[in-house]
Design a protein around this ligand. Structure first.
Ligand code: SAH
Ligand code: SF4
Length: 357
């Protein structure tokens, strides 16, 4: 399995080959990935045939398209049956890839399809990186019209809690940044609030962005929506996020999924604005993608407007995100979250990202 071996240890995979061949293979895997080994044109045919069956550590079970081809979602299947999901979203000035860090998730957030489904297993570093390589290869083979033909942003917002799989996530970041040459600042790690993981991420050498999935502005409500809050309360989370910002010199963002009748009140909006001001964070609001596994409903249009207006009136920087790929499979609510990592707004404002195309 080519991607399950560290890029530096590829000579174990193709023993008895000269080192320049190993370098050529490494380039095909990490710099200019291709969907099939046969496209590795400078490698001799027998070597391509050796590589072909184990090129990807998963098979593609489903590929779906939405938004006129600007959103592509893959459901990959590992040989042991674990499911891995990734979504590519094209916009006029960015092409964002959303990747998974675990098969399933143990955190049990009530509104999240993955959380309700439960935990399967951690993904290996190579399985995380292979999602990026696969999307790169697919994008090279079939670019998204009107969007950058390379991946400009990577977000750990697919299945799983990245900071609960920190060893492997850290190694995947190393491979993306040091081997694939992806800029750390174009990568965002999203966490539901694993405080020790935030401290650990702060100690890595890379300036990756941090997103905090807050969803509630007081501990009582947050503990209902996000069980992990009973272990790491909001105050601890804010402190960790502030440390991260200070160490990295990067602004942290807050994610907020609006749930009808739960966290879409003006009271929550006011408290959220106060937290965001203290953290100097940008807020990304997204309306819930309903999932079959929970009774939660999206917030109504007027409540969404009122929530955003309250944030702005209270002096917060907030963006309402559209939900991408709503016409494809309902199985993974959070994978449709469309995000950007750049946080350019110095003054309070609300923007709405373009809706589909
Ligand atoms: N475990 C990490 C990263 C994966 S979830 C985390 O929770 O941050 C990525 C994002 O999708 C989170 O902000 C999460 O709250 C959001 N999300 C989960 N379920 C959703 C749903 N049904 N609708 C909209 N967003 C959802
Ligand atoms: Fe896990 Fe994130 Fe879903 Fe919570 S929102 S269950 S942490 S994937």
């Amino acid at each position: 399995m080519s991607y399950l071996i560290a890029p530096e240890a590829l000579d174990d995979l193709i023993e008895h080959e000269p080192s320049y061949r190993v370098d050529q293979l490494r380039k095909w895997l990490y710099e200019t990935p291709v969907l099939v080994a046969d496209e590795m044109t400078n490698l001799p045919r027998p070597l391509r045939e050796t590589i072909a069956p184990g090129l990807w550590p998963f098979t593609v079970e489903v590929e779906q398209r939405a938004d006129g081809g600007a959103t592509r979602k893959w459901l990959f299947r590992a040989p042991d049956g674990a499911s891995i999901e990734a979504v590519l979203m094209g916009y006029p000035r960015r092409t964002t890839l959303c990747i998974s860090s675990q098969a399933g998730c143990a955190m049990g957030c009530t509104f999240c399809a993955t959380g309700q489904f439960g935990f399967e297993r951690h993904l290996e570093a190579g399985e995380i990186v292979a999602q990026v390589a696969y999307a790169l290869a697919a994008l090279r083979a079939d670019p998204i019209a009107g969007s950058p033909d390379r991946i400009t942003n990577i977000v750990f917002m697919g299945m799983g809690e990245p900071l609960a799989n920190m060893d492997r996530v850290e190694e995947s970041l190393r491979r993306m940044i040091d081997v694939m040459g992806i800029g750390a600042r174009s990568i965002t790690v999203s966490t539901v609030g694993v405080v020790p993981g935030i401290h650990r991420l702060a100690q890595t050498p890379w300036q990756v962005n941090l997103a905090i999935s807050l969803h509630a502005a007081d501990d009582e409500l947050r503990s209902q929506l996000v069980p992990l809050n009973r272990r790491y309360a909001i105050a601890d989370l804010i402190a960790a996020a502030r440390d991260y910002r200070e160490v990295k010199g990067r602004r942290v963002s807050i994610e907020w999924t609006l749930i009808h009748g739960r966290n879409d009140t003006t009271d929550q909006a006011r408290k959220l604005a106060a937290i965001a001001r203290r953290m100097r964070a940008h807020i990304n609001v997204i309306n819930l993608n309903p999932t079959p596994l929970t009774a939660d409903r999206p917030s109504g249009r007027r409540s969404v407007e009122q929530f955003m207006d309250t944030l702005v009136a209270a002096g917060a920087n907030a963006t309402l995100r559209d939900t991408r790929g709503q016409d494809i499979d309902a199985a993974c609510g959070q994978l449709r979250v469309a995000h950007e990592t750049r946080i350019p707004t110095p003054t309070p404002r609300v923007t709405t990202t373009e809706k589909g195309r």
